[in-house]
Design a protein around this ligand. Structure first.
Ligand SMILES: [Zn+2]
Ligand SMILES: [Zn+2]
Ligand SMILES: [Zn+2]
Length: 217
């Protein structure tokens, strides 16, 4: 015979195992039902335990992401996470891991196209963690232009504003401006100075304008 489930707070027996969040009829505390990355069985737990499990899932998903994106093993990911946790605290550790990996990747990338993409990702990472993101937007712009330089048929570029979200007046005015490729590399008109655009939920000043090649055949 199955033993009766008990409340994770007061230990009193419950009529049945619940599959969803409920309240203990005895102590009225909220009982959560979750599985964790290290235990696939759904089980009842306290609110505090549920929060810890949520943290575990966040770390687990971040680890999966880093394994996919950067080829980390789970051991190297955990090592890195522990290092970052002791240096920066648990809350900041995951994004510090990402920063470390992205910077390492950026150093090793050879193609301007890939470097532009990595710089964009560093900029968005810093943007959502109160970091200094503008320098990486500049790197993004510069690498984008250098990538065009590799393609001999791009002689001219045009600035196009992002096709989503609010666009600030500075970026609206800049939209459609054309430059010779050499001019653009030299003056680097992006990211726009004085831009107040936002990217997702980050700090303002994240100019999302991009250079597009002007092709003439
Ligand atoms: Zn209870
Ligand atoms: Zn802009
Ligand atoms: Zn703007």
């Amino acid at each position: 015979m199955d033993t009766l489930p008990v409340c994770p707070y007061c230990g009193m027996p419950l009529a049945k195992t619940t599959q969803r969040k409920t309240k203990c009829p005895h102590c009225k505390q909220p009982i959560f039902v979750k599985k964790s990355p290290d235990n696939p069985v759904k089980r009842m737990m306290t609110e505090h335990e549920a929060q810890l499990v949520e943290q575990q899932w966040a770390i687990y998903q971040h680890a999966q992401h880093c394994m996919r994106e950067f080829g980390c093993t789970s051991d190297s990911y955990l090592n890195l996470l522990l290092q970052m946790e002791s240096a920066h605290g648990l809350d900041d550790a995951p994004w510090k891991v990402e920063e470390f990996l992205l910077k390492g990747q950026f150093q090793s990338l050879k193609s301007h196209h890939d470097r532009a993409y990595a710089a964009w990702r560093l900029a968005t990472l810093y943007n959502s963690h109160a970091g200094n993101f503008r320098p990486y937007l500049s790197v993004f712009s510069r690498e984008t232009l250098l990538n065009f330089q590799v393609c001999n048929y791009v002689k001219k570029v045009e600035i196009k504003q992002a096709d989503w979200g609010d666009i600030c007046p500075v970026c609206q005015i800049g939209n459609g401006q054309q430059f010779s490729l050499a001019e653009a590399v030299n003056a680097l008109p992006l990211p726009h100075v004085g831009c107040t655009c936002s990217h997702v939920n980050g700090a303002p000043g994240f100019c999302r304008c991009q250079f597009w090649p002007v092709l003439k055949f």
